[in-house]
Design a protein around this ligand. Structure first.
Ligand code: HEM
Length: 412
């Protein structure tokens, strides 16, 4: 039996303002109707229960390839340039399935392994302090624009081996790209694609030059590691290397901005938890996990059904689309006690903020360290931190993002 969303509730538009402002009430209502329900608004199966979402992440019948059908399907007319850029995005491991995915992921994992991410704490701390110095000096109040936003792109620029002075360009490209890849920015579909394409083209041109330099540098930057054959003989083409660099930049940008700002918001809205964390910094790793569970930056990921499968009591047919709603799974009362409470001591905390299975986030360790260090420095450097105004949530299907996070503090 197919459970359609009940007419009384309406068929919620997850991209709209009400669902973007409070997605959790919408997810609860969906989950109560069944772990897997069919939405006619989205023409997609909405998977919201923890067990069903976790299971879906590991089902080979659910494909991550969203670009191939666009290029091969002939449904959209594409310019030569768009086709070229989409072809480059097609190599993004996040939109490939095994075995192509397995090969790309192996090389990316090797490049990440060489980064000694745990040793990056000092670098991250210095960069956050630099941003906080400027924030306090300027009297600015938006923590997103002045602290959370500039941080991740500049760190990925460092990891890739790009010169420091270019880091602002990384930020612009990532913003453009997020418009398409995360469905951010509301309804202006056409303009979105134009901006995203120009972001990608500029980025590829830039990385092409950087790649030439990386080849001769033979250091440990990600670009240099990707540029040489792997010990098992795997060798990426230049296009694959450019594509991988763009993916890393993009995937680690908006997600990290939003995880830091959503995390700070959760703390400011729960003063008792904030006080506990300030009093005992050893609670920070658990607090970060709870921030990811409670209000993570990636609400859902999209899959296409390639072969019929049964999930949560429903039969999903080849050609159907499915949304794996990680953020709904993270509030499932059958897994989390008091799921709507923000509890930095929560244990165990099997949240799905980083996904599961073969596509599970490859940057999770870096993201966690960025969150820990950035939030710790924000608390240390901005005594008396408090909210100055209610946050506005950006309408978005997949991304949980505030427009701004205005704060006041007593730092001088
Ligand atoms: C808190 C921050 C982050 C969150 C919540 C997050 C979340 C996710 C999720 C849910 C996926 C799975 C996508 C899917 O199943 O289709 C994913 C994949 C990925 N993430 Fe992250 N991410 C974060 C930060 C980062 C960072 C910092 C980087 C890199 C610098 C990164 C790079 C990637 C890449 C390359 C993939 C694709 C992996 C694959 O397809 O095998 N992410 N991330």
């Amino acid at each position: 039996m197919t459970i359609h969303v009940a007419p009384g509730l309406g068929d919620p538009d997850l991209r709209g303002e009400p669902a973007s402002r409070d997605p959790y009430a919408v997810y609860d209502a969906l989950r109560e109707r069944g772990p897997v329900v069919l939405s006619s608004v989205h023409r997609a199966w909405l998977i919201t229960a923890h067990a069903a979402v976790a299971g879906a992440h590991t089902r080979p019948e659910l494909s991550s390839d969203r670009i191939g059908p666009m290029i091969d399907g002939g449904r959209v007319s594409l310019t030569q340039e768009s086709l070229r850029v989409l072809s480059l995005m097609r190599d993004w491991m996040v939109v490939t399935d095994p075995p192509a995915h397995t090969r790309l992921r192996r090389v990316a994992a090797a490049a990440f392994k060489r980064q000694r991410i745990a040793l990056m704490t000092d670098l991250i701390r210095d960069r956050v302090d630099e941003l906080l110095d400027a924030f306090v000096r300027s009297g600015e109040t938006d923590l997103i624009e002045h602290v959370a936003h500039p941080l991740p792109a500049s760190l990925i620029a460092d990891l890739l081996g790009a010169p420091r002075e270019d880091r602002d360009r990384f930020r612009l490209w990532s913003d453009d790209l997020a418009l398409v890849a995360f469905g951010a920015g509301g309804e202006a579909q056409e303009e979105r694609h134009v901006r995203a394409l120009s972001g990608l083209e500029n980025m590829f041109g830039y990385f092409r030059e950087l790649l030439e330099r990386a080849r001769s540098a033979a250091d440990d930057t990600i670009l240099s590691v990707l540029a040489v054959p792997q010990p098992d003989g795997t060798r990426l083409t230049d296009d694959e290397i450019l594509s991988m660099s763009a993916l890393l930049l993009f995937a680690g940008h908006e997600t990290t901005i939003n995880s830091i700002s959503n995390g700070v918001l959760a703390l400011l809205r729960h003063p008792d938890q904030l006080q506990q964390l300030k009093a005992d910094r050893s609670l920070m790793p658990g607090a970060v996990e709870e921030m990811l569970r409670y209000d993570g930056p990636v609400k859902l990921v999209v899959r296409w059904v390639t072969r019929d499968l049964e999930l949560g009591g429903e039969v999903l047919r080849a050609g159907d689309r499915a949304y794996l709603v990680n953020s709904a799974a993270n509030r499932d009362p059958s897994v989390f006690d008091f799921p709507d409470s923000f509890d930095i001591r929560r244990s165990p905390n099997p949240h799905l903020a980083f996904g599961r299975g073969v596509h599970a986030c490859i940057g999770a360790q870096l993201a966690r360290i960025e969150m820990r260090v950035a939030i710790e420095r924000i608390l240390d450097r901005l005594p008396g931190l408090r909210l100055a105004g209610e946050p506005q949530w950006l309408p978005s299907l997949a991304s949980r993002a505030m427009r701004e996070l205005r704060v006041t503090h007593d730092a001088r």
